[in-house]
Design a binder for this molecule. Structure first.
Ligand SMILES: Nc1ncnc2c1ncn2[C@@H]1O[C@H](COP(=O)(O)OP(=O)(O)OP(=O)(O)O)[C@@H](O)[C@H]1O
Length: 221
C-alpha cells in the first residue's frame, strides 16, 4: 500500500469529532478518489495523511515524499513565471541549473505545459495554473500526491486537462500514487478506485462503479 490510515480520530474545537475511526488504504500507483457530502471530513483526513494535522488517536502511514495540491492555485503559484514557479520547490536542494531545467521541463511535460516555460503566471487560465501547481509538486519526485478538490473552480475543459495531467503522473514512469478529493461524480470515470466518506469515517472502498452505485442508492432514499 502507498498510504494507509487506521481508526483515525480527530476532534476540533476540543470536542466535536470530525474523524471517527476513519480507515483508508490506497494502493501503489493508483488514482484513488475520495467522495462524500460536505463537511464529512475528507479534507481533514487528507491533512492527517499530509502531516498537517496530528490525530487524537489511530495510526497512519505515508511515504516521506508527499506532494500536496490545494483547491485554489492562486495560493500556491507564487512566482512570476511558470519555470520559476515549478523550480521554486527545488530551491533548497541547491541543484545545478541544468538539472533544475531538466526536472522543471519533465514535470511540465507531464502536465502538458512544456510550451509555457516563460509564460507569466498571471496570464494563465485557472486550469493551467492548477497544472503548474501540480508540476510544482511533481518536480520534487513525490511518491504520493494529495489533491484537494482541484477542479472546484474550473470549467469543463480545464477540469478535463487537470484530470489528464494527474492521470499522466500516475501512469508515467514515476508511478505516482494520487489521492483525489472531489465532489464531482463525473471525475470518477478516470479513477482506479474510490472511497465514500460520511460522518467522519470511510463507509466504503471499491471500484468507481460500485462507489457510484452506492452513492446513487443513498441519494434515492
Ligand atoms: N480548523 C478547524 N476548526 C474547526 N472546525 C473545522 C476545522 N477544519 C474543519 N473543521 C470542520 O470539520 C468538519 C469537516 O471538515 P472537512 O473540511 O474535513 O470536510 P470536507 O468533507 O472536506 O468538506 P467539503 O466537502 O465541504 O470541503 C466540518 O464541519 C468543518 O467545519
Amino acid at each position: 500500500m502507498a498510504a494507509t490510515a487506521s481508526n483515525v480520530c480527530v476532534s476540533l474545537d476540543g470536542q466535536r469529532q470530525v474523524l471517527s475511526n476513519a480507515s483508508l488504504s490506497i494502493q501503489k500507483g493508483t488514482l484513488h478518489m475520495l467522495l462524500g457530502p460536505n463537511a464529512c471530513g475528507k479534507s481533514t483526513l487528507l491533512r492527517v495523511l499530509g502531516g498537517l494535522l496530528k490525530p487524537d488517536s489511530g495510526t497512519f502511514s505515508v511515504p516521506s515524499s508527499i506532494g500536496y495540491v490545494f483547491q485554489n492555485p492562486d495560493h500556491q503559484v507564487v512566482m512570476p513565471t511558470v519555470a520559476a514557479d515549478v523550480a521554486f520547490g527545488l530551491g533548497r536542494q541547491k541543484l545545478p541549473a541544468a538539472e533544475v531545467h531538466r526536472r522543471v521541463l519533465e514535470a511540465l511535460r507531464l502536465v502538458g505545459m512544456e510550451d509555457c516555460l516563460e509564460r507569466a503566471c498571471h496570464t494563465l487560465s485557472g486550469g493551467q495554473k492548477q497544472r503548474v501547481a501540480i508540476a510544482g509538486a511533481l518536480v520534487q519526485n513525490p511518491q504520493v500526491l494529495l489533491l484537494d478538490e482541484l477542479t472546484t473552480f474550473l470549467e469543463a475543459g480545464d477540469q478535463a486537462a487537470v484530470l489528464t495531467a494527474v492521470r499522466a503522473a500516475v501512469d508515467g514512469p514515476q508511478r505516482v500514487t494520487a489521492l483525489w478529493v472531489t465532489h464531482r461524480f463525473e471525475e470518477l470515470t478516470r479513477a482506479d478506485a474510490a472511497s465514500f466518506m460520511d460522518g467522519g469515517r470511510v463507509q466504503m472502498t471499491g471500484t468507481p462503479q460500485n462507489v457510484l452505485r452506492r452513492m446513487h442508492r443513498m441519494k434515492g432514499r
